[in-house]
Design a protein around this ligand. Sequence first.
Ligand code: ATP
Length: 587
Amino acid sequence: MDDGLDRGGSKDLRRLTPALKFLRPYTRQVVYASIALVVTAAATLSLGQGIKLVIDSGFASGDSDVLVDSISLFVAFVLVLTLGTFVRFYFVSWVGERISADIRRAVFSHLLHLHPGFFETNLPSEIQSRITTDTTLLQTVIGSSVSIALRNVLMFFGGTTLLFFTNAKLSLIVVASVPFVVFPVIYFGRRVRQLSRISQDRLADVGSYAGESLRHIKVVQAFNHQPIDEETFGERVDAALAVSIKRIYQRSVLVAIVMLLVFGAVATMLWVGGQDVLAGKTTAGDLAAFIFYAFIVAGSVGAISEVLSDLQRAAGATERLIELLESPSDIIEKADAGDLASKRVSLALQNVEFSYPSRAETKVIDGVSFSIEPGEMVALVGPSGSGKSTLFDLIQRFYEPDRGAITMNGNELGDLKLSAVRGAVGFVPQDAVLFSGSIRDNLIYAQADASDEDIATALDLAHARQFVEDLPAGLDTRMGEDGVGLSGGQRQRLAIARALLCEPAILLLDEATSALDAESENHIRMSIEGLKGQMTILVIAHRLSTVRQADRILVLEQGRVIDSGSHDELMRSSELYARFAKIQFAA
Ligand code: ATP
């Protein structure tokens, strides 16, 4: 994954700051949580004094009333602690969930408006995992790790102060042992982090392999490819497992070493402190309180080192999410962009040149000029790869031409609102893309307020009404993802109906060669005949019937318009067209 987007964690925790922007709406909840955080930390630290009180005043005094008082105080501490913990936990988790939801929404909204080319270099499957896993990571961190870290920082400083306050000599033993704990934590912690990054990458490999195979399950099974897939998948799972086990080992070593050192220090303290108690230099309550604080301090160091890696991973996740959120779109709408005044739209290309950014050296469109009057029907013909679909992309402003201009009613596309350009165009792609949902959902995709009458008219025009009515639930028949459950020809006709429902000024039709049977094709031909004159039609034609219908034919070869005219004219005048027509339209 060398797209620069997957970099695991980040050492620099400042990278988390962009996420703070998302905290702002929830200041109130953050304040509640912070107050609870300070209160619980203070209450926990006070518990040490409570223990001291119970042991020294309660037990030592031999007076049961004092014991009752001490225990009552202790119970009050515990109550405050319980309530504070509830408030802190609830609000911190609440904020974490909210923020991850907000970030998900913000990233998705931003992505929806990016230029389509962005998704050629940044694979949608990877982005999808980033929206889910990276935001989940951030949610864990904001919803727990940050609060754990802050609580333990408070506990560390409070505990250390109280340690010295309780017994300075013993405290020095604790302080002296700190480097012995911290060094292995840092050393092994780093290795654990490196390994968890590699492990994430391996896991992503596993996920993408499974996704691809299952999406194309018919091809997998048709070629009896299962054994190979099982083996390759198994290898990837094993690779992920191997890294995870290495990580678990390092982590176990880390935990064991920390335990050993911490309890070694505690034993030393007990030994030294116990002697002081025996000698009457300190009280048993003081020693108990001291040990309590020592545990708190050691525990806080442990907890901070634990969540530090979470925080670093979250910093990496934030960086990647912000990178997505700040990716600029290559297609920019001008501040003063206008609308198209008329529903009748002419289209013109002047000397348009274009290369795909990923293949800058190849001119896919090489100086194309033509214009189409409102209501005119023009057919584009040309060999595969000559740039026909690319022209459609340029007309919808999915890409910007490198040179030349594309205009609608004389306005350059760049001077029009994107919604105006795309609203003027009804696009029927060659592979009719439908979404999961009902047929009605798909038809009203761009026209949410369409009436049943409008839908019926559009279905009639696309010759799709009969088959929709024949379906068990009619318009409300639900389809799987990508329109699973319908034939290619049915999908194609629904795509046409969807485009017509918006009453577009310009119809861009990428004619499917194979999806339609002769009868449906004939009906669609008649529909187009009916639309002629009402809207500007540009059709990528694969059939003689369509070509004959067009007012004009443009012959495209290697990104250039080499001839134009009617079918009969071109058959006479253009040797290339004649040759092409003979092969293409032979059937
Ligand atoms: P067909 O009839 O087979 O659909 P076409 O005439 O519509 O072909 P285009 O899809 O416009 O051809 O492709 C024109 C050229 O641009 C081809 O050589 C193709 O390889 C290249 N091309 C298409 N899409 C991209 C892309 N996203 N990035 C780089 N090159 C591309």
